[in-house]
Design a binder for this molecule. Structure first.
Ligand code: ADP
Ligand code: MG
Length: 238
């Protein structure tokens, strides 16, 4: 596990500034939620932590390493996306094993890690199935399984539940929190959903238009919002 430090990080696409020197400190084992309206820069910030976007200014550190110039594979992170991105022609087991195999991990270790992830996520009965034979919730679990088997220092989630129906979203929220309580992996979780932020976060970062409006524990933001935007955003679920 590791702490993550985002220090004065800025991002411009061409001449358009989409992030203005944002700073966030994430403690070892903490579950931090980045929340804000669509287009405010959440995914861009997360993708910079993942190494999928370059940084226009500032530094990102994971553990005691500045990672600005490291490719994604060297950052010891695992990212779970909204659209799962499972391989349709691979079984559940193969989907979970693939990234480890690519890295040349010992087959016995791969098998052991896949088994452990399948047990944690209740996927053991489905290992030989293909993604099309699974429910939406099961597919989301496979996507999480792929992240877990890598034993990363940091989990990054980008709106992982937004394709699921309301009932399943509530269930998966609980599952992701239980997973975090079990593994204690440092997590950055992006959502535009206030309820997700309020129920899942140790610490919430409220963003608007490429800036941070407020950082705090859920109740702190609810009881003492820094401004009307935070009050409106946290106080009135979409
Ligand atoms: P969010 O995830 O909060 O919805 P994003 O991080 O996806 O927001 O986007 C922030 C802003 O950056 C938006 O205005 C978006 O249009 C812009 N943006 C994102 N990616 C690119 C890109 N590759 N090129 C140009 N503009 C981009
Ligand atoms: Mg986004």
């Amino acid at each position: 596990m590791a702490q993550v430090a985002i220090a004065n990080v800025a991002k411009a696409f061409g001449t358009v500034k989409v992030l203005h020197e944002v700073s966030v400190d994430i403690a070892d084992g903490q579950f931090v939620v980045l929340v804000g309206p669509s287009g405010c820069g959440k995914s861009t910030l997360l993708r910079m932590v993942a190494g999928l976007e370059t940084v226009s200014g500032g530094t990102i550190s994971i553990g005691d390493r500045v990672v600005n110039n490291l490719p994604p594979a060297k950052r010891d992170i695992a990212m779970v996306f909204q659209n799962y991105a499972l391989y349709p022609h691979k079984t559940v087991e193969q989907n979970m094993a693939f990234a480890l195999k690519l890295r040349g991990t010992d087959p016995a270790v791969v098998a052991e890690r896949v088994k452990r992830a399948a047990d944690i996520l209740d996927l053991a009965p489905y290992l030989k199935r293909y993604p099309r034979q699974l429910s939406g919730g099961q597919r989301q679990r496979v996507a999480m399984g792929r992240a877990i088997v890598r034993n990363p220092q940091v989990f990054l989630f980008d709106e992982p539940l937004s394709n699921l129906d309301a009932k399943l979203r509530v269930q998966m929220r609980t599952e992701i929190k239980e997973l975090h309580q079990r593994l204690k992996t440092t997590t950055i979780y992006v959502t535009h959903d206030q309820i997700e932020a309020m129920t899942m976060a140790d610490k919430i970062v409220v963003m608007r238009d490429g800036r941070i409006e407020q950082v705090g524990a859920p109740l702190q933001l609810f009881d003492r919002p820094a401004n009307l935007f935070v009050a409106g955003f946290i106080g009135s679920p979409a």
